[in-house]
Design a protein. Structure first.
Lengths: 403, 292
């Protein structure tokens, strides 16, 4: 589950991680007051207005209505309202929003942390994630902060460092010092960095996170180390331990059909193709999407109906798939093992009849227990449903109906 | 011969008296698996499915000599169940449970390194040695006895592959469902190695999916050490980047964990890769020189 920057920062702060302070608002009228309050708390004279959407690249992104960037600087109270107006309520398109602009429902008014002082400011990169191959959490960090880390990895891989954490003992002092040394720090900034790293790692484990990306981590001109941005992803399987974080979910960031499917207990991902599919099991569902592509179509979705493909679930799945006007055909692919194919077939027929008319051809491939009885049931139903037993037959039928 | 489980395996079921445990234990017994008992804390001393229930895995091992365990306990307690099984001396631990928090598995995987045991899963359909023992939730009848071993991250796609292989006239030795989570006990490479070393297995089907690099590691191992033909398939060519496709581990992160990249590496390593999941059986028959 993805969090907004302001939510991620509030959680990090609760674990003692120093963050760029800010106040989140959802109305332009609250901007000036929030800015005043932030000045009282932090002494900041300038403000950074940051769009809160679940996507990176906000600083370079454009709000469609106003042409404002998604992160802008307001040099004083006098500018704050105009800057907020340029972002809040608009639609922000960035390099990471997949060609669609996202509505900005909240903005974060944050303190200016690039103030001048005795030392130069420096930006670093830091993330915490699971090294799947090693089965351990790893801190990945770089002297090249504020940049696209994939580009850094490609062009200057020597500037990316890793610190693997032993889960039996957690992060150790020498590891935090390694990181601070590799980032070229000394004195007060060195101490601050070691504390930052330890707090950050403890937060990662404590909240059941699956990814932290802090880009940039800033050394301020007075040698403080703070998180200027925070991309926090939580492990969905760990949310039962954290109802307060689960409540931070922002469904407006998600595809409404996916939200509806989730509520019905269906594992559904919306795609851009023309053939819908309904499958039992995630691996077979992905394989079915691939078959659609090989048959000349494009998958309109991923949908795992799970083990109990009864009439009610099949009907719900039909509703969800058919919300997409691009869907020209639906392929149902069920491997009946424990679940009997004839029961699934009856479910499909019942769901079809309950819905009245389904405007697109349906191909039903049932294999496994009682597959032949299932095929007979479908063939004799008189509905616009094509049956298949072998996977290749199903692929051929998809090709046929698309032709 | 066979790998991991056979007719001599003494199997206990953790989460024995729950609905999943009860149903699948019943199916396993019907298949002929030697289920010697089960564990449900607090229900020790009772009988269930005509088998004794124990409070702890340790009790069950002492009283029954169990060496294999299958876990059906809910996600919040599953990592604990895995560690309990290892600690009690179980040699093969099969964890079916889906939805275990990643950090729990990081801990459990580290813990069991100190024991002489092998974990299969979690989030997997289990292991079946055709005609001998089913320690899992797969439909047994699909796995006709034969010469081909299967390694797969997925459930129903494994059944699909087994069905195609059987229809191609070859049949199955052992099928290992390694699981679709980011952290699993037995990797693709380890499962392939087990089958390479099994004298009854003459060919291997290796099924992977997007996310991680287990298939690439296995492919490189096969190139160096393989002695039997391998047919491969990777699901998720059409999956978008950055989205989790059902299995917690099935997510494309970078350029190396796409289906395309994995298939390229597998082909370079001499694996017979099929682009269509409908061609797994056909390709295996062709490679083995059999006409269906």
């Amino acid at each position: 589950m993805n969090l907004h920057e302001y939510q991620g920062k509030s959680i990090l702060k609760s674990y003692g991680v120093a963050v760029q302070e800010g106040i989140v608002i959802d109305k332009v009228e609250d901007a000036v007051e929030a800015a005043k309050k932030l000045t009282e708390q932090t002494g900041t004279g300038w403000y950074v207005v940051k769009a809160q959407i679940h996507a990176g690249g906000r600083g370079k992104g454009k709000v469609q209505e106003t042409d404002s960037n998604g992160v802008v600087l307001a040099k004083g109270l006098g500018e704050i309202e105009d800057k907020v107006k340029g972002i809040l309520g608009g639609h922000l398109m960035t390099a990471q929003t997949n060609g669609k602009a996202k509505k900005v429902n909240k903005v974060l008014i944050a303190q200016d942390v690039y103030y001048p002082g005795e030392a130069e400011t420096e930006e670093f990169y830091m993330s915490v994630l699971l090294d799947r191959e090693r089965g351990r959490n790893t801190i990945v960090y770089s002297t090249e902060g504020g940049m696209d880390i994939e580009a850094v990895a490609e062009h200057t891989p020597e500037k990316i460092y890793k610190e693997e954490i032993d889960p039996r003992v957690g992060i150790q002092g020498f590891q935090a010092r390694n990181i601070a040394f590799n980032l070229g720090l000394s004195g007060q900034a060195f101490k601050e960095m070691t504390k930052f790293v330890v707090s950050l790692y403890n937060a990662y484990v404590g909240i059941d996170a699956s990814m932290f990306e802090i880009n940039p981590v800033l050394k301020t001109s007075d040698n403080k180390i703070i998180a200027v941005d925070a991309k926090v992803t939580l492990d969905g399987n760990g949310l039962f331990r954290h109802p307060d974080y689960a409540a931070m979910r922002d469904v407006t960031e998600e595809d409404p059909t996916e939200v509806e499917a989730g509520e019905a207990g269906l594992n559904f991902v919306k795609l851009d193709g023309n053939v819908g599919c309904m499958v039992n099991g995630a691996g077979l569902a992905m394989a079915t999407m691939d078959i659609i592509k090989l048959s000349g179509g494009n998958p309109a979705n991923f949908l795992d109906v799970g083990g109990t493909a009864n009439a009610e679930r099949v009907e719900k799945a039909f509703h969800i798939i058919l919300k997409d006007p691009n869907v020209k055909a639906i392929l149902i692919n069920i491997f009946g093992g424990i679940v009997r194919c004839d029961r699934v077939a009856q479910g499909v027929v019942d769901a079809y009849k309950n819905m009245g008319n389904i405007p697109v051809p349906i191909i039903v491939r049932l294999q496994g227990t009682n597959a032949e009885e299932a095929k007979k049931l479908i063939d004799e139903s008189g509905l616009n449903v094509h049956s298949a037993v072998l996977l290749q037959e199903a692929a051929d039928k998809v090709k046929e109906v698309l032709a | 011969m066979s790998v991991l489980v056979n007719k001599n395996s003494k199997v206990i079921v953790q989460g024995f008296t729950g609905s999943e445990g009860t149903f699948h234990a019943g199916q396993m017994i019907e298949y002929g698996t030697n289920v010697v008992g089960g564990v449900t804390p607090g229900k020790g001393g009772q009988m269930h499915l005509d088998r004794p229930v124990f409070n702890t895995v340790k009790d069950a091992v002492e009283k029954t000599g169990a060496d294999v365990s299958i876990i059906f306990v809910p996600p919040a307690f599953a990592a604990d169940a895995i560690m309990e099984a290892a600690n009690a001396g179980i040699k093969v631990i099969v964890c079916i449970t889906e939805g275990i928090p990643v950090n729990d598995m990081v801990q459990a995987k580290e813990y069991i390194k100190g024991y002489d045991c092998r974990l299969i899963g979690p989030n997997c359909p289990g292991v079946i040695t055709a005609g001998e023992a089913k320690v899992g939730i797969m439909p047994g009848f699909v796995f006709k006895k034969g010469k081909i071993g299967i390694v797969s991250k997925s459930g129903t796609l494994t059944y699909e592959a087994a069905d195609q292989v059987a229809k191609a006239g070859l049949g199955i030795t052992t099928a290992i469902g390694i699981g679709g989570d980011p952290i699993i006990g037995t990797t693709t490479r380890e499962a392939v190695e087990l089958l390479m070393n099994d004298p009854e297995t003459e060919g291997i089907v290796m099924i992977g999916e997007i996310g991680g690099n287990l298939e690439a590691i296995a492919a490189r191992w096969i190139k160096e050490n393989g002695t039997k033909p391998v047919v491969g398939f990777i699901a998720g060519e059409t999956a978008p980047k950055g989205r989790t496709m059902g299995h917690a581990g099935a997510i494309v992160g970078g350029a190396d964990d796409t289906a395309e990249a994995k298939k390229r590496i597998m082909r370079e390593c001499g694996i017979h890769v099929v682009d269509s999941p409908a061609h797994i059986g056909k390709k295996m028959a062709e490679v083995m020189g059999v006409t269906a």
